[in-house]
Design a protein around this ligand. Sequence first.
Ligand SMILES: *Cc1c(COP(=O)(O)O)cnc(C)c1O
Length: 486
Amino acid sequence: MTPAEFRARALDLIDLITHYYERTIHTAPVTPPTKPGDIFHALPASAPESPDPFSAVLDDLRSIILPGITHWQAPNFYGYFPSNATFPSVLGDMLSTSLGVHGMLWATSPAATELETRVMDWLAQAVGLPEKFLSTAPHDRRGGGVIQSTASDCTLVAMCAARSRVQRALGHAVPADRLTAYCSQQAHSSVTRAAMIAGIGRDNMRQIPTDDRWRMRPEALREQLARDIADGYTPFFCCATLGTTSTGAFDPVAEIADVLDDVHASSGAAPLDPATPWLHIDAAWAGAALICPELRAFAGGLDRVDSFNFNPHKWLLTTFDCSAFWTADRKSLIEALSITPEYLRNTASDAGAVIDYRDWQVPLGRRFRALKLWFVMRHYGLVAMRDHIRSHVAWTADLAREISSDDRFDLAAHSLALVCFRLRAGDDATRALLEKLNGSGRALMTHTVVPHRGSPAYLIRWAIGSPQTTQAHIRETWQLIRQLAT
Ligand SMILES: *Cc1c(COP(=O)(O)O)cnc(C)c1O
């Protein structure tokens, strides 16, 4: 494909994309009626030997692929969490793909590294993170931000850094099966998966009970830590969640930090000793809300944590993938993940003058993801980014009032732009309501099961957060739910 052909085909594709945004996401059922195997069997069993014209590919895209798409960008997509794909971020991603550079080392594309360091400092300031997370922080261990693919990756690298730090502090290797890690029973499954991948094991990932608002109970953490220390384990890592996936609960970070310090001090070491368990914050979804100063109350205590993560690719206008990770202790991270074969050696790295982001992540190769974040922050500016979050939070508050005022419904949870509710008639009725709603194609919501009023309850999750959604969409969808409930 020559550059001239590329321009022509790209314009065809842009036409298709704009039609998708102008028409399809507003008219097509949010969930396709596809059955398992439909798409697979509609495709030829082997690749073409000779070229297909690009127009034929686009025809198949329209007739086979798009009908099997779940429309995550539809205004009435309220499932899971939002996954904002805005045009500025799409353009940034297109540019990244087109440049085709790898930013694994500073030397493999200096601008890829330095733009990332700069926009991650911008973003840290925009969401009000403590100064120790900035790349410029005058701190002995030095902080800094890096873009990872997903929150799951962030938890894993934080855990690897924690493991490295505890081994260094103790001066000897601890067998992985003697290390214990902590999160709440409501933490995302990726936290336990990180323990499985890092060799800590599922059983050594202690899942601490939660209170009646699904927050980690600091006293239960304290008891579990004491038991583990008495049994000869070395606690090394704790993940607190700000905005749990099921119900948007906020673990009490400052109290958790107190418990970690106390337990550590009573075992004979000083607080802030490098062997204090590493405290990581998973704010994958809710972290975006910190861009609004008036919404920061849930995030007290961040000056006490070692690493922090949220996903701009959820609710902050940036197309997947873009997961923002900061640490205040880059040394432990790099120590955990760095290894330099001869073919990657270069003078800038050897002089220690630059950041090599390959040492901050699991894979070697890395896309130039900072471009899309830079495009987003410059295109919108922080004021409009705050308005995006604020309007969703305000509409959700209105919606929560509506749900509470219909006595057939029980509003079980309301956090930022997430509500979880059920029919008082019970789980079966609630499940049937969700099936009818999703079956209508007019909206998509998902569910969770959590302890509620003393027993496990099936809840419908309504997560608001698409830039396509207006308050009118929310009102219409609520009317639809009321009719279906009737
Ligand atoms: C969505 C979510 C994750 C997983 O995010 P990925 O980026 O897909 O790995 C982790 N934790 C929480 C709290 C989440 O909401």
